[in-house]
Design a protein around this ligand. Sequence first.
Ligand SMILES: [Zn+2]
Length: 439
Amino acid sequence: MSLLQELVETWPPSEETRGGGYVRAPLASMTPIAAATLGPGTRPGLAVVVTQDPAGRLSLAPLARDAGTWRRARPRDGASTAVVAGVASLPELADGFHFERLVDPGHPQGERAIGVDQTNESVVVGDRVVVKWLIEPVLRDPAIVDLPTHLAAAGFTAIPTPLGSLRWGVDGRIATLAQVAAWLPDSADGWDWCVTDVLAHVLHGTACPGDCPGIRLGARLGELAGALHVALATPTPLIPAPVIRADRRLIGEWHRTALDALDRTVAAVDGAALAHLEPRADALRARIDTLAMVDTTPMLRIHGDLHVGQILRSGDRLVVIDLEDDVSLPVSERGRPLPAARDLAQLDSSLDHIGRIVDRRTDGAHGAAVDAWVDHARQAFLAAYVETLAAAGHAELFDARLLVAFEAERVCREMLYAAGTLPRWMYAPLGTLRRMIPR
Ligand SMILES: [Zn+2]
């Protein structure tokens, strides 16, 4: 009997409730469609299953077998170590699964979970390598270039070195299930280091030193985003003509997608969120409708999910992560060129979210200082970004006319995410909305 048959007959595997306030659909609500054991040479009884929900969305789960019964694997069960071993030794896998190797990761041992978010679970193996499970994998045209590979070819070094991946293919399309990359020791997640720096700055009051990291934060992120976009716009053998132009028809599609996000948000939220959103819906619509005035604009492959949580700090170095899973985009737009302003709107919005987090941590006691920091950080961010593009001869990449519309779409998408996946996050986009459109 194949593993898939065995899983179908015993479905669902047992699993624990997810931590951190995230909502995750139970495996019982999904159907297993492909499965493979994670190769010889590792602990027997480790596997990966790809599932589909009634709407056709894919999901995956690493599995471990205890006493003949499958359950969702936890960090330290060895599933991530097995993926690293697979990238090192490239064993044959069943059912359309395969490993890809860019760099031999060696054989690190010992697992430690470092984070769970909407769609990823990351596990550090042996303090050298990180395995990120893409819990909601997406099937793509295999011709779509991996951005980390393009960036490496363009000489961009502010990313973790990609080592390889676990993939699954069906009907000529490929989904990345787990990525393996070099781990940066002592790296801090963007939501941690940014909030820490801004919290410290807000508490400085009038005694803020000249070299305050909180004050420099906006400009540093602007320089990094600029350098990232310059590298993405650099021709490489993988993407020889990275910058192309969007026409009126395509801009019209972005316009409809953004309006749809607004409509879905109004339908998805309730209570206090709806009470704040409803009277601002027309103003959001008007901002999104500014896209109707744009006839053509440059576009390129962008990060696609660029917020401060995607920027690790390791020592004095900043590193951009998660370049392969632009989960904030509708599936139809993933892997396609988009305007740089879309990344800008998201990173810019996340500066406001830092402000909302710091405001909440200080119980609103420093509200004016928080808002002053957000205003300063966003201005410094945009100025440094524009300057970095100009210095590299790529000023044309950023079409500032698009920013207002994409920021309005972003606040909707954040509220949708909170409503569907992380209810305790709702206060942040709600605060951003109320600052964006005061009443
Ligand atoms: Zn300060």
